[in-house]
Design a binder for this molecule. Structure first.
Ligand code: PBG
Length: 328
């Protein structure tokens, strides 16, 4: 029974019908906005490769967080740039460091906004790697204790969720145990479970001043050629106590996102639409080569359609405005 009985175009004829039969929804409440917090006051330093995104001091970050909440966006994820970097990334677990103070300030001034913290050492180490470097290599097991301290430090400051992005083996377990021991048994872990060694992080490393001084991250982040391995990484993180798992980057790894969704139904799943994806979109839109607004929503819809429950994205504010305008 095909044509002319079957005419798929019948339900595409007007916007109301298209909306009614649309399989995938996209709302501001599905989005998390990343922010880069720096020491000082009144600082707003634009990041050249990420139009619209700036490094912000805490006072400015609070103002931006207020705007994010008013747009209906679910929450923020905070990255810190310390005043001083050293070999062990000490400011990452200093209670008076930039992130604990930012968390406190945002929690106090912007109730109702979810505050997630990125747990990693690369922004805080002078060598720019995500852990303790020993003989030119990142020492997995020595790094675990520092990550656990960082997570507890963020929890004490009031983080709603901690998100380890380092890709050390066993870090979810180490963080879970430390949180439980310190009275944070109910605080969720969002694990960057399948995080690839990606060229798409370039602009982020400018924003977070976290490019490795030597070598690269291929010894701990995943090889772009692997898909099955992502399922193993996700399974391990869940066993260790991850509450939400994430695939990163998003667009070039939509197949991975879909496979994780199918293999682990019911597990909360996030995707990180990373800095390089945002930079490509903005660059092409600035030149008039694509319709930036339309493509912004199309990208985020594709990530939701692939299986993500929610998306970390630099486009969160743009998308929330577009979605709000479409409704009005
Ligand atoms: C820290 C971290 C990175 C990103 C998130 N957390 C950079 C990296 O691994 O080099 C990248 C996010 C982005 O590109 O937007 N380890």
């Amino acid at each position: 029974m095909g044509f002319p009985t079957q005419r798929p175009r019948r339900v595409r004829g007007n916007a109301m019908l298209r909306t009614l039969v649309r399989e995938t929804s996209l709302e501001a409440g599905d989005l998390v906005y990343p922010m880069f917090v720096v020491p000082g006051r009144g600082v707003e330093r634009p990041i050249a490769s990420m139009p619209g995104i700036s490094q912000l001091s805490i006072d400015r970050a609070v103002a931006e967080a207020r705007e994010v909440l008013s747009l209906g966006i679910a929450g923020v994820i905070l990255f810190g740039i310390p005043s001083r970097k050293d070999a062990l990334g000490s400011e990452a677990y200093d209670p008076s460091g930039v992130i604990p103070r930012a968390v406190q300030a945002i929690r106090e001034s912007v109730p109702g906004l979810l505050v997630i913290t990125d747990v990693c050492l690369c922004e805080y180490t002078d060598h720019g790697h995500c852990g303790v470097v020993e003989g030119g290599e990142v020492d997995n097991d020595r790094t675990l204790e520092l990550l656990a301290r960082e997570a507890v430090c963020h929890a004490r400051a009031g983080a709603h969720v901690v998100a380890p992005s380092d890709m050390m083996d066993g870090r979810v377990k180490a963080i879970r145990q430390a949180l439980d021991a310190e009275g944070f048994a109910t605080l969720p872990i969002l694990a960057y479970a399948a995080k690839y060694a990606s060229g798409f992080y370039g602009p982020f490393r400018e924003a977070a001043e976290s490019a490795p001084r030597f070598g690269d991250r291929r010894g701990y982040q995943m090889d772009p050629g692997n898909g099955e391995e992502a399922l193993r990484e996700v399974a391990l993180d869940l066993e260790e106590g991850a509450d939400i798992v994430m695939v990163k980057p998003a667009m070039p790894y939509l197949d991975v996102l879909r496979r994780v969704r199918e293999r682990f139904p019911g597990v909360p799943l996030a995707a990180y639409n990373v800095s390089g994806e945002y930079a490509m979109l903005k660059a092409a839109a600035e030149r008039g080569w694509i319709d930036g607004e339309r493509v912004t929503l199309e990208i985020l819809t594709s990530i939701r359609r692939a299986g993500a429950d929610f998306i970390l994205t630099y486009s969160a504010k743009d998308a929330a405005r577009l979605l709000g305008a479409a409704r009005a």
